[in-house]
Write a protein that binds this ligand. Sequence first.
Ligand code: FAD
Ligand code: FES
Length: 283
Amino acid sequence: MFPILHKERLAPNINKFVIKAPLVTRNCQPGQFVIVRVHERGERIPLTIADFNREEGTITLIVQEVGKTTYQMGELKAGDALADVIGPLGHPADVKKLGTVVTIGGGVGTAIVYPETKAFKEAGNYVISIIGFRNKELVILEEEMRKYSDELYITTDDGSYGRKGFVSDQLRDLIEQGKKIDLVIAIGPAIMMKVVCDLTRPYNIKTIVSLNSLMMDGTAMCGGCRVEVGGETKFTCVDGPEFDGHLVDFDILMKRLSTYREQERLALERYLKEKEEMAHGSL
Ligand code: FAD
Ligand code: FES
């Protein structure tokens, strides 16, 4: 069992967990993830290691409630434990001194880009961060990102905080202002990563994305996470999760992400109904 030492609500439907997992912290690096089971009979879900403390043997996970398992996890509190935390999985981010690096986080993707922002800053880069959210209420990790960014831009879709618009609008402005950018790292919804890649491709700005494919085993056995990169089939779990965004077929990724949408909707509906019935004592 993996004890939860701390839990905090960062925004509606987004929780931060600090979890004791000393074997994971021994070797983990920015860009890697773990596969978690909330309960013994629960499904396995991939979550990025948003932060870690090797001395204390803890990892931080930041989790958005989107379906049955992430809602179940959201009900846990400090003192509870996760059944499994397997990792670190995937390749670490390729962190080095390049010059100017732009890190982009969309929604909960900000939690995934945060450890890389920190690592690229610590490697001596000039770091420009752009983080985008639907509205002010959903903004997370602003102070943490500011700490490791030479410039930080925040966008909201509705203009309730920061600049009104999308992260790509801010990136377009930076490019058009003639800012020399050596690398872009974009992490968020597939459509956001696709738009960023379409923007940087004509300027030949290398762009790394972290793919959020559906996963089960995380060890290249089930094939669930396969994606097309440069015309080849890759497994996000062992070949990624980071890839050259200009080579990723985002249309296939988005199609595969929606494969089980109806089943996922039904599972969440059933779970919330059972919870409500239990709360009213009818089960
Ligand atoms: P489901 O019932 O599985 O899904 C409900 C709805 O959520 C779906 O209809 C779909 O719209 C959406 N969804 C499901 N799976 C994904 C997915 N993989 N990506 C995007 N949308 C999805 N989430 C976090 O909150 N924090 C993280 O740090 C994080 N890191 C990840 C790292 C990797 C390598 C990968 C592949 C995914 C990561 N995710 C992260 C996404 C997370 O794994 C999913 O949100 C989770 O599996 C959903 O499980 P569920 O049962 O709650 O919802
Ligand atoms: Fe099964 Fe990658 S998660 S092959």
